[in-house]
Every structure is written in C-alpha cells, then in structure tokens.
Design a binder for this molecule. Structure first.
Ligand SMILES: Nc1ncnc2c1ncn2[C@@H]1O[C@H](COP(=O)(O)OP(=O)(O)O)[C@@H](O)[C@H]1O
Ligand SMILES: [Mg+2]
Length: 254
C-alpha cells in the first residue's frame, strides 16, 4: 500500500492576469520506508511540492495522502530539513535538536535519550554542547537532521539539504543519510538538482519537467547493495545517470 500519495496536484500562484502554474497535475506515490528523490531544473516546482506534502501550503487542486490520511493542513508526523540549517545560535547542538520536543510539550527523559542517540548516530556526541558557530557547515546540517528526526517522524522531507556544502562534505553526508535511513526506517522525500546524488541515495528517482512541473520520468534503482562510494563507478550507476540526463534533456535524446 502506498504511504505517500500525491494525486493530480496542481498549484497556481498569483492573480488571474499573472498566473504562475508551478505544478500541473503532478502525481506520485511511494511506500513506507522508500527513499524517493525529486530531480528537476531550478524553478520547476520541487519546493512547492514538498511544502504541499508538508501541509504548509494548500494545492489549487488535487489530493495528498500520508499514511492513509488526507493532508488538509499542518501535521506533525514529518521532519523537514532545508538547505540552510537554520539553528538557533544561542542554543547548544543538543538543545537545538530538542527544540521541536519543547514545542510539542514532550521534552521528557525519552526525548533526551533520543537526542543523545541521534547525536551519536550522526557522529556529534562530542559536540552536543557546542554552539552552531563552533560547528562546520556539514556538522550544522547534521544537527538539523537530528532535529528533524527527534520526534520519530515516519516521513522525512529534505529540500536540497546538502546544496550549500562542498563536494567532500556532500559525499560524506550522503553516506550518513543512508545510515540514518537504515536506523530510522523513515520514508524520505528528497529534493536535489544533482543527478548523481539523486541516484546514489534513492530507491526511486522522479524526474520533473520544466515548469509547470509534471512527472516526466519515474524509475526505480537497482544498484548493487550495500551502496558505498564505489557504487558510483558501476555500470548500473552510469546507466541510471544516462536515463536521468536524457529525461532532463541534457543529452538531447528521448
Ligand atoms: N509563494 C509564491 N508566490 C509566487 N510564485 C511562487 C511562490 N513560490 C514559488 N513560486 C514560483 O513557482 C515556481 C516553482 O518554484 P519552486 O517550487 O520554488 O521551484 P524549485 O524548488 O523547483 O526550484 C517558480 O517559478 C517560483 O517563482
Ligand atoms: Mg527549491
């Protein structure tokens, strides 16, 4: 059964004279525990779709269902990671991670334990007391990942979370994310404009057309397991890159 269902979602911004159709009948569904990546050119509507799935933005028409329930407004069973870590500078890493539990009124012993587990999982145990300015960009993003997972959401929404990081750090974060996904069993809806990142991380890649975004191509990955950096040099990986590049119009052929 599908865990996330996006059915004929359309989103129009602006007034009648000045319409921007950001999404046009976009449909997509995936199961629990799947890692799905939206890949598409800048401005094609990827962020808009994530915001709609999160319930923070209403579609003009169409339906979203998560875990069998219609999304009609904000809900709490998801975590969101943005391109910028957006941590509170005066709080320690640990207190940033715990922030959502304060908002939910659930900062109990179990939450403290979970915060420490997540910091450990992401290699930040020794930095629990550090303030954001004492951490590198990659470490700040790891804190923001822990913060998104602290309430054990079933769904993780990630909008170009590693886009501002250098290439080495991005590769490291990709491996860390695969590990974290294994531990949490969360479903992930991930947005990137990096073809190789999309393929490396995902069970399914969804290629969007230029705005107004429709699903242009959707394909499942069958890469040798376990995935590690050597996976990038396998024929399966190269073939998937070729398919995605074709769908994006980069190779010119279809
Ligand atoms: N709040 C808004 N008001 C008007 N137009 C918007 C708004 N949000 C996004 N858009 C427009 O919708 C289109 C898709 O934007 P977005 O979803 O941010 O694209 P992406 O994340 O794929 O780069 C863009 O043309 C953008 O300018
Ligand atoms: Mg975006």
């Amino acid at each position: 059964m599908a865990f996330v269902e996006i059915l004929n979602v359309r989103k129009v911004f602006g007034t009648k004279e000045n319409d921007i159709v950001a999404l046009d009948e976009a449909s997509l569904s995936f199961g629990e525990g799947e890692f799905v990546t939206l890949l598409g050119p800048s401005g094609c509507g990827k962020t808009t779709l994530l915001r709609i799935v999160s319930g923070l933005l209403r579609p003009s028409s169409g339906t979203i269902r998560v875990g069998g329930r219609d999304v009609t407004g904000p809900y709490s069973d998801y975590g969101f990671v943005f391109q910028q870590a957006s941590l509170m500078p005066w709080r320690s890493a640990r207190d940033n991670v715990l922030f959502p539990m304060e908002i939910l009124g659930k900062k109990d012993a179990e939450a403290l334990k979970r915060a420490d587990e997540l910091l450990e999982l992401t290699g930040l145990s020794n930095f629990a007391k550090s303030r954001p300015h004492e951490l590198s960009g990659g470490m700040q993003q790891r804190v923001s990942l822990c913060r998104a997972l602290i309430h054990r959401p079933k769904l993780l929404l990630m909008d170009e979370p590693f886009g501002a990081l250098d290439e080495f750090t991005r590769l490291e974060m990709n491996d860390l994310l695969l590990k974290v996904k294994e531990e949490t069993k969360a479903s992930v809806l991930f947005v990137t404009h990096s073809i190789s990142e999309a393929i490396y991380l995902s069970d399914k890649v969804v290629v969007f057309s230029r705005r107004p975004a429709r699903v242009h191509l959707e394909f499942d990955l069958s890469l040798p397991a376990p995935r590690n950096q050597a996976t990038r040099f396998t024929p399966e990986f190269t073939e998937a890159e070729r398919r995605a590049s074709e769908a994006l119009g980069i190779l010119g052929a279809h």
